[in-house]
Design a binder for this molecule. Structure first.
Ligand SMILES: [Zn+2]
Length: 161
């Protein structure tokens, strides 16, 4: 770690050249989820044959039942806000190394056809009173192809007033 002091006596600490490279296996279902998202802009879930819960993103095992799920089901790219926050403090985005423009939202959504919550960015409208728990939203997809959740740029209000 490297620490520097500026003329005002404020310290800046940096990790220097240190990096934490990693590889993360998305797994069979995670890979199918990402492929469908990239190639068809389709959000994929998996349904438990025992309790019928639809998980999004698709996963292989239902935690509560400990049952293997083999049925992959498409869910809607629309849903409703279950909880959200608005970020107003700018900090470095670890993905880009750039400061992400504020304000922006981060939310938990319940997509139509899914039983679990899906987290992603939420576009903040000029009139923030339009954001509320239960508000309808839709995914805004990237035109550029990514092998990640970056295929969804963010969610936006489906029916702005
Ligand atoms: Zn289950």
């Amino acid at each position: 770690m490297k620490t520097e002091e500026n003329k005002q006596g404020l310290f800046t600490m940096s990790s220097g050249e240190g990096a934490q490279p990693y590889n993360y296996a998305a797994g069979l279902y995670g890979s199918k989820f990402l492929t469908e998202l990239r190639d068809k802009k389709q959000i994929l879930g998996s349904r438990c044959p025992k309790c019928k819960t639809v998980y999004v993103p698709a996963r292989q095992v239902c935690g509560p039942c400990f049952h293997e799920m083999t049925e992959l089901v498409p869910v809607a790219s629309e849903g409703k806000i279950m909880s959200y926050t608005i970020l107003r403090f700018q900090f470095l985005d670890p993905e880009t190394g750039e400061k992400k423009p504020v304000p922006y939202g981060y939310a938990m959504f319940k997509l139509d056809g899914a039983d679990t919550h899906f987290q992603h960015f939420l576009e903040v409208p000029e009139d923030e009173s339009q954001l509320f728990i239960g508000a309808r939203v839709k995914a805004v997809f990237s035109e550029e192809k990514f092998n990640s959740l970056k295929m969804i740029k963010h969610f936006t209000l489906a029916n702005p007033i």
